[in-house]
Design a protein around this ligand. Structure first.
Ligand code: NAP
Length: 291
């Protein structure tokens, strides 16, 4: 039987609705309007699209979106100054630096100019350390979205063997950390891994976080496994060979409509958190077979 799909659009819409309620309640009780500053350097069309989508979702949930568009020639120092200024601005609740930034900019230096209290995208070393140590803090949005999506379908993690393909600081590495905290056994694969197919074949849960179309072949997937595809490649293609993987997995995320919508929903939920909105109700979905 083909795998059931993990519907990220549906789970994200519930999280967005919960965030909208929290924002409304904050406005009613304190008059405060949460604001997300999105900082974009240069004129990469894909980045412009992402920033526009985030601004639209902000409007949907009542968060004020403040766009800061900077010239492609902006220096690291100028960007750091802008991010420090936003960090000190009492009217700004959260800050998102759209990445990747142009090559001449020191991205890490820019991330570290964001005050941890406003790091709603979870990119600073402080947020990373909080995630690693299991402390309260803002989680990197895509890893958090992946875990929330799995939780919504009650996918068991404790004792399972998770293989994460990719180890970037904003995705592969932190998603493995979050699943380790939930008592999974975690294996990381990366560009130097010599036996990727064998590693994936042993996985109860595969997290694909690479950015290479259909790198992970369907016939590598263990029967009954859960497949989470965070990859997004031109033509709406993920990192997993979807049709073949679906024949073997129990649960699988579609691309698009899987992980992607969760990322923005977590960003806005964390912006509401940063503004001091009262915590909402967790989003839960029953597994398909119990509905
Ligand atoms: P990244 O920084 O480029 O990292 C890619 C990772 O893949 C690296 O760790 C790299 O290994 C590894 N890798 C590259 N080639 C490999 C291979 N042949 N075998 C095994 N591992 C390999 O990318 P990222 O920012 O993490 O993003 C990864 C993907 O997720 C992209 O498609 C991106 O568009 C997508 N993404 C989606 C969302 C969303 O909201 N859905 C958010 C963020 C990212 P090394 O470390 O050895 O170089």
């Amino acid at each position: 039987m083909p795998a059931d799909e993990l519907n990220g659009t549906l789970v994200a819409s519930k999280l967005l609705a919960d965030t909208a309620d929290r924002v409304e309640s904050l406005k009613n009780t304190s008059g405060k309007v949460p604001a997300l500053a999105t900082v974009l350097v240069g004129d990469d069309p894909a980045s412009h699209t992402y920033v526009r989508m985030k601004a639209n979702r902000c409007a949907d949930v009542g968060i004020r979106s403040v766009r800061v568009d900077l010239d492609a020639a902006t220096t690291t120092e100028q960007l750091v100054t802008e991010l420090r200024s936003l960090s000190a601005d009492d009217d700004i609740s959260g800050i998102l630096l759209q990445h990747p930034v142009p090559h001449h900019i020191d991205e890490r230096a820019a991330f570290e100019a964001i005050a941890p209290a406003k790091d709603v995208d979870g990119v600073t070393a402080s947020s990373f350390a909080a995630t690693a140590l299991g402390f309260a803090g803002y989680e990197s949005c895509t890893p958090s979205g992946i875990v929330r999506l799995m939780d919504a379908y009650d996918i068991p993690v404790a004792g399972k063997h998770v293989v994460v393909v990719g180890r970037s600081h904003i995705l592969g590495l932190p998603v493995g950390m979050l699943l380790l905290q939930r008592n999974a056994t975690v294996t990381y694969c990366h560009s130097h891994t010599t036996d990727l197919a064998d590693q994936v074949r042993r996985a109860d849960i595969v997290i694909a976080a690479v950015g290479r179309p259909e790198l992970i072949r369907g016939d590598w997937i263990k029967r009954g496994a859960t497949v989470i595809d965070a990859g997004y490649n031109p033509g709406n293609v993920g990192d997993v060979e979807f049709a073949a993987a679906r024949e073997r997995a129990q649960w699988i995320t579609p691309v698009p409509g899987g992980v992607g919508p969760m990322t923005i929903a977590v960003l806005l939920a964390q912006t509401a958190d940063a503004a001091g909105a009262p915590s909402g109700t967790p989003v839960r979905l029953l597994p398909d077979h119990t509905r």
